[in-house]
Design a protein around this ligand. Sequence first.
Ligand SMILES: Cc1cc2nc3c(=O)[nH]c(=O)nc-3n(C[C@H](O)[C@H](O)[C@H](O)COP(=O)(O)OP(=O)(O)OC[C@H]3O[C@@H](n4cnc5c(N)ncnc54)[C@H](O)[C@@H]3O)c2cc1C
Length: 377
Amino acid sequence: MPTRRTARGAERTPLEGDVDVLICGASFAGLTVARELAGTGARVLVVDRYEIGERQTSACGIPTKWLEAMGLMGSHRQTFGRLVIHTPFGTSALELPWTFSTFDYPTLCRELAAQGDFQFETAKVDGRTGGVVHTDRGDLTAPVIVDALGWRRVLGSGYQPPDAPLSRGLEVHPWGVGDDMELWIDRKYVPAGYGWSFPAGEETRIGVGSFDPRFHVKNTTVMLAEDLEREPVRYQGNWIPHRLRAATDDGIFFVGDSAGHCLPLTAEGIRTAFYFGIAAGREIRAVVEGGQPIAAALARYDDFNELHRWKFEAMLAAQRLVPSMPPRLLNRAIGAMSAKRFVDWSFNHYLEIAPPSFASAGPPRRAARRDPVELAA
Ligand SMILES: Cc1cc2nc3c(=O)[nH]c(=O)nc-3n(C[C@H](O)[C@H](O)[C@H](O)COP(=O)(O)OP(=O)(O)OC[C@H]3O[C@@H](n4cnc5c(N)ncnc54)[C@H](O)[C@@H]3O)c2cc1C
């Protein structure tokens, strides 16, 4: 992957040019789209306001099978065969039919980027006029444009918190080890949402997510960390979209959080960013390899997105139901749902919303590389 480090601030060089595919956003979604285009010979440019892997955007918990399917086990930190759920009235341990793992964000991004074949530039994307993307380093054009910029959906019509279907999440990353992936469904921490503790090798990611964007999670994130006798240090937080959006608009592909691909209720958005990134990437690949018109690629990707709408809406219904349940009843329900047969059934269905087999089901990618894109500087 050719990268060029670009100085920040006054030393920034202007950037303008025309490429075949412009991918805005270099996190889970954007890097996955780029990966799918490796070996096509297309001139692919990826831009992000930060260097690849510089700013962690999540607690980095994912089904292990997805890490394996994407060839990203080099970033693996810890694996969990059970999920421990605490309520004010008890604790249940769900023995899962598959495992979750935590990973290291910078390593995963670097490994994912290395599977691609693109030019990378740091630039802040400010918006778009038609097919022209405006950045703080100049204007960029491309026949195919991807918005993988996260919840702001900068290249479409963005959401304005708190009046939008957004959750909010904040976590701290204290040093210290742990054995279990744990959740707290406890109104002491958040009226609608949950707290979590995800150990990842030498550090633990402890946070609180609120489905209600008006609830501020800072104080209770600190409270949860202190209750676990961990230092509330190294913060990471963001808005999390919890409603599926249109995956295309005005000729733009939206992937990951920009399309609302994060799952409601669980706020799992990494594997869905991979999943929809692969789907978009395959359609774009068919364009750059010569056969498919861009309009057909947009329509097919849009159809693929819509096929999943009912699943996202079902998860959203569950997200609304859980906080409305009396805590004692919820505790009893979780206890009843810990039965192995129910856990297997529900978690297998949950994994099927974006199954890891999708990563290996596509056409094989060739290893050929092309020269770096020449951009005016
Ligand atoms: C606290 C917290 C914990 C979470 N934990 C998990 C978890 O454990 N597991 C899980 O599956 N999901 C988790 N999520 C959700 C998950 O992080 C997101 O769904 C996922 O990051 C979406 O990936 P993405 O690539 O679409 O967007 P992002 O990861 O948000 O990436 C967007 C990229 O765009 C760049 N960008 C944004 N705006 C601009 C701009 N104007 N110009 C240039 N670049 C820009 C950013 O720098 C970033 O690199 C968590 C979310 C939060 C907030």
